[in-house]
Write a protein that binds this ligand. Structure first.
Ligand SMILES: Cc1cc2nc3c(=O)[nH]c(=O)nc-3n(C[C@H](O)[C@H](O)[C@H](O)COP(=O)(O)OP(=O)(O)OC[C@H]3O[C@@H](n4cnc5c(N)ncnc54)[C@H](O)[C@@H]3O)c2cc1C
Length: 369
């Protein structure tokens, strides 16, 4: 949806159709595992835009259609319903599908959460499988609802895929303090003892129609710095796009965040509208759990050092990740100031002694060269 909006903003005057499998007006996903699951937000409150907006912008919404094949030579996609749709340029922002476990609910779409909520009222003991962001947010939301929550992560620590040990340990303590029973590594709890099971175990990027059409990729569709795939007039952005990120490691990666989906789509839109500019946005991400505001800036892949700034026991601290002495990312817990100022350290490839970086009395902006 961001690509469509940014196309108009960039002055694209041709016809735009926004095609999606879900039978919904476009909406934001972050509330699904937070306030919406906790019953603190209404269904209609996180629509991306009201229906009238799309009509005003001349963007046709085609909902409930799933693309199953792409024919780049014919400039045509084929939907599961049998409907063919032709295009001049195709922007593939198909995200990913939640990995599913039989007998467990997933939290990826609005209808996933609506189904889950129907069964939630009668459930008292809930098992959350997966200690990544979505599993942790779901555990916090369900605890708020008074459920007895057990969380099981197969790795030896929470958030093992995307954060360092200090944040993992802090979050484990924090969830346990709120009454969540947390299992990491093995053994995992017996699912038989639970009324409801939720799996937050990641996504599989929605690549098949493009890869079958010959696009390069694997765990994502490979794109260049403008979001071009290897197929002519076919672009990709967001969760599905395997790209080289200026702030990331020296290999193509996928990023699953609202910031990336929005900024990457804007890059593609500008290129289609005739004003190309390579993708170079600073990655950032947020999560809310209990009274915690967690903010991440930069990408911590392949960090070789993790520094803690401030005292985790105070509930307000930051973790700085370095690679070869340079600050590459920060995880900030109730520490907005570090989050805002830390991005400068990343942008400028700042090298500062560890004892200076970890001194909470020294504002990070004062360390920028
Ligand atoms: C529960 C939850 C909480 C989150 N919380 C945060 C957060 O706090 N902060 C943050 O930064 N990020 C968060 N994210 C991640 C963020 O929402 C995603 O990174 C973002 O939605 C990715 O956008 P996208 O457009 O790439 O993909 P998606 O949002 O997945 O959109 C892809 C769309 O394409 C449709 N589609 C897929 N395949 C096809 C097909 N073959 N044919 C037609 N349509 C198709 C899908 O139905 C979907 O509507 C969260 C995600 C979830 C699920």
């Amino acid at each position: 949806m961001s690509a469509a909006v940014h196309l108009r903003q960039a002055g694209f005057a041709g016809s735009i159709a926004l095609l999606g499998e879900e039978n919904e007006l476009p909406y934001e996903r972050p509330p699904l595992s937070k306030d919406y699951l906790a019953g603190a937000r209404e269904r209609e409150s996180f629509r991306f835009r009201p229906a009238a907006f799309w009509a005003e912008k001349g963007i046709a919404l085609i909902a409930g259609e799933r693309v199953v094949a792409v024919d780049p030579a014919a400039h045509e996609v084929l939907c599961a319903s049998g409907r063919p749709i032709t295009y001049g340029d195709l922007v593939w922002c198909a995200g990913g599908r939640a990995r599913r476990l039989s007998g467990a609910h997933a939290i990826r779409t609005l209808s996933d959460v609506d189904r889950l909520k129907e069964q939630l009222e009668s459930a008292s003991r809930v098992l959350v499988i997966g200690g990544g962001w979505i599993g942790l947010e779901a555990a916090a939301a369900l605890t708020k609802l008074g459920k007895s929550v057990t969380l099981s992560e197969r790795e030896p620590r929470l958030l093992a895929r995307c954060s360092g040990r200090a944040l993992s340990d802090f979050l484990k303590d924090e969830h346990e303090r709120h009454g969540v029973e947390v299992f990491v590594g093995s053994p995992s709890p017996d699912p038989a003892g639970f009324d409801l099971i939720i799996a937050g175990i990641g996504i599989e990027p929605e690549t098949v129609p493009l890869l079958e059409a010959g696009a390069e990729g694997g765990d994502g569709v490979l794109v260049d710095e403008l979001g071009r795939t290897s197929l002519p007039h076919v672009w990709a952005a967001g969760d599905v796009a395997l790209h080289r990120n200026r702030f990331g490691p020296d290999r193509p990666i996928r990023i699953e965040s609202v910031q990336h989906a929005t900024d990457h789509a804007a890059t593609v839109a500008r290129a289609i509208a005739g004003a190309p500019k390579s993708y170079g946005a600073m990655p950032w991400f947020w999560s809310n759990q209990y009274a915690l505001k967690l903010q991440t800036v930069g990408l911590s892949h392949d960090h070789d050092e993790e520094l803690v700034r401030g005292d985790p026991a105070s509930g307000s601290f930051s973790v700085l990740y370095r690679r070869q002495g340079k600050v590459i990312a920060l995880d900030c817990v109730n520490m907005v100031r570090d989050y805002v100022q830390g991005r400068l350290l990343i942008e400028r490839d700042t090298v500062v002694a560890a004892k200076v970086l970890t001194d909470p009395g020294r504002p990070l902006k004062s360390l920028v060269e």
